[in-house]
Design a protein around this ligand. Structure first.
Ligand code: AMP
Length: 231
């Protein structure tokens, strides 16, 4: 398993845990804007690799389209590479990572080796039917990765990215048949992390069925306490 080549600058590490479509990405962006955290979305980093046609991108394209998980080794290596860059200074919010017990352990060990640790894992709790409905309405910008929801967070112009005017697309893995697979994988591989972080006394739960603004307010209230506890 990969380890760090360089010192990690950040001292605050937050994990957003929850099923696909639970709003982790949207809230991670808000935390980035509000607290200056670096938003590390492994899904976004993988999609960037696919779009750029890198060697990693070619390896994982098929897996991602089918909603399968990328191997722990490749995922952890990519995250460690990202953490070794200088812009982590104000802290890191992980969205979609870790997704397996081995990834969580790898992160734990990498941080521990630098006398650092996870400040908290915020669990976004939401029922499956809400997820399926949300993902059907989710659209992303193929250019800058911005995420919209046609119902709850629509772009200003019909299915056009607010940032760069590029037409929005539906992610291939947001198709209903792939979503079912992703939810099953989530139950098997990722859900056990709820207990993992609960046992470590790092878990806090939020009701992710509420609207974006109310959820954001709840998350905002939690973060300062988590940060304080981390020091
Ligand atoms: P996301 O954007 O978080 O929904 O991730 C999209 C896809 O990227 C997932 O369905 C997986 O195929 C892959 N992926 C993202 N994060 C991870 C991870 N931590 N471990 C393995 N695969 C991942």
């Amino acid at each position: 398993m990969a380890t760090l080549n360089n010192t990690i600058r950040a001292s605050v590490f937050l994990i957003l845990l929850g099923p696909p479509g639970s709003g982790k990405g949207t809230q991670a962006e808000k935390l980035r804007d509000r607290f200056g955290f670096l938003h590390v979305s492994t899904g976004h980093l993988f999609r960037e690799n696919i779009a750029q046609g890198t060697e990693l991108g070619r390896k994982i394209k098929e897996l991602i389209a089918n909603g399968e998980l990328v191997s722990d080794d490749l995922t952890v290596a990519m995250v460690m590479d990202r953490l070794s860059k200088p812009d982590t200074m104000r802290g890191v919010v992980f969205d979609g990572f870790p997704r397996t017990r081995d990834q969580a352990i790898a992160l734990h060990k990498a941080l521990e080796s630098e006398n650092k640790h996870v400040a908290g894992a915020i669990y976004f709790q939401v029922a499956d039917d809400v997820i399926v409905e949300r993902l059907a309405a989710r659209r992303t910008c193929p250019e800058d990765g911005a995420v919209y929801n046609l119902k709850s967070k629509p772009p200003k112009r019909d299915e056009i990215c607010d940032n760069d005017g590029v037409p929005l697309v539906m992610r291939e893995d947001d198709r209903p048949e792939v979503v079912r697979n992703r939810l099953e994988i989530y139950r098997e591989q990722t859900e056990p992390l709820i207990e993992f972080y609960r046992e470590m006394k790092l878990l806090v739960e939020v009701d992710a069925a509420q609207d974006i603004e109310s959820l954001g307010a709840q998350v905002d209230l939690l973060v300062p306490t988590l940060i304080t506890n981390a020091h």
